[in-house]
Design a protein around this ligand. Structure first.
Ligand code: MLT
Length: 274
């Protein structure tokens, strides 16, 4: 079973401890791919990807500050802080270069990381994400969500979130994915959920970096994604010098869980070409 090659570890970086899964490569010459989860999930959303990586690829899926089993540290979350955590994490693990695969919030982090330390990034896979900052309306929605979580707790938030996040076909056919996401949301503390909502509301627009991206880039979106608008990804595609954009049918916001077979083939073919 491929599963046994996945190990869980913890590493201290600055004021936090980062929890991560690794799937070691079986060969000597290796490439590294780092998976960045969305909000408010954790590293377990990438298990199927880790399990199906090619033998010459080392895969790492980490819990972003405050999420899953990583600690929160100072508690002042921002996409900028998450990207800087990633840089220190890569330095500590002596990873010279990696492909970053980020979904949604993970994509915001990957793009900010490319702005700060492009030389450590050998490729970008950006799924159901975009480069724009929140509009005023989007910020207000996050502030309303914070109030709702503070007043009513995580459970109703998780239920509403899940209904929005998956394609209806996935809700019927992928109950294990739906359960994984529900339980991931509930495992994060109220503080983490609220601090991350504020962190996303305060993120900077990374559109300026797109024309400078000099590494292979793959954009993926579920055609039934109700959270990341198609136009935002089309705009990002046009601004990138050379990127492929693939849409996955019958998938919502989390195509890696909704159609892992197709998603895995896309990322494996992409990494093989790097
Ligand atoms: C995510 O999945 O990470 C979130 O939907 C991102 C966001 O709310 O902007």
């Amino acid at each position: 079973m491929a599963e046994r090659f996945i190990k869980s570890n913890k590493i201290r970086i600055g004021d936090i401890s980062i929890s991560y899964h690794t799937k070691k490569a079986k060969t000597e010459s290796t490439k590294t791919i780092i998976f960045l989860h969305g909000f408010p999930f954790n590293k377990n959303m990438w298990r199927e990807q880790l399990e199906n990586l090619a033998d010459d690829v080392e895969g790492i899926a980490l819990d972003i500050r405050g999420h899953g089993n990583s600690t929160s540290g100072h508690g002042f979350f921002s996409i900028d802080v998450f990207a800087k955590d990633l840089r220190v994490f890569m330095e500590k693990l002596e990873i010279e270069q990696a492909v970053l695969c980020g979904i949604s919030m993970g994509g915001y982090i990957a793009l900010r990381a490319y702005q700060i330390f492009p030389d450590k990034i050998s490729g970008l896979i950006l799924a159901d994400t975009h480069s724009k900052a929140d509009s005023n309306a989007a910020k207000q929605k996050r502030f309303d969500s914070i109030q709702a979580v503070l007043n009513h707790g995580r459970r109703p938030f998780a239920i509403g979130f899940v209904e929005n996040i998956f394609a209806s076909q996935s809700i019927e056919e992928r109950p294990e994915a739906v359960e994984l996401i529900k339980s991931s949301i509930r495992r994060n503390s109220v503080n983490t959920i609220c601090a991350t909502l504020l962190g996303m509301a305060s993120r900077t627009d990374t559109t300026d970096v797109l024309p400078t991206v000099a590494v292979p880039t793959l954009l993926i979106r579920g055609t039934a994604d109700k959270i990341t608008a198609l136009q935002d990804m089309v705009d990002m595609h046009h601004a990138l010098p050379s990127a492929s954009f693939i849409e996955l049918e019958n998938c919502g916001h989390l195509p890696n869980l909704e159609n892992p077979e197709h998603f895995n083939k896309l990322i494996n073919d992409f990494v093989a070409r790097i």
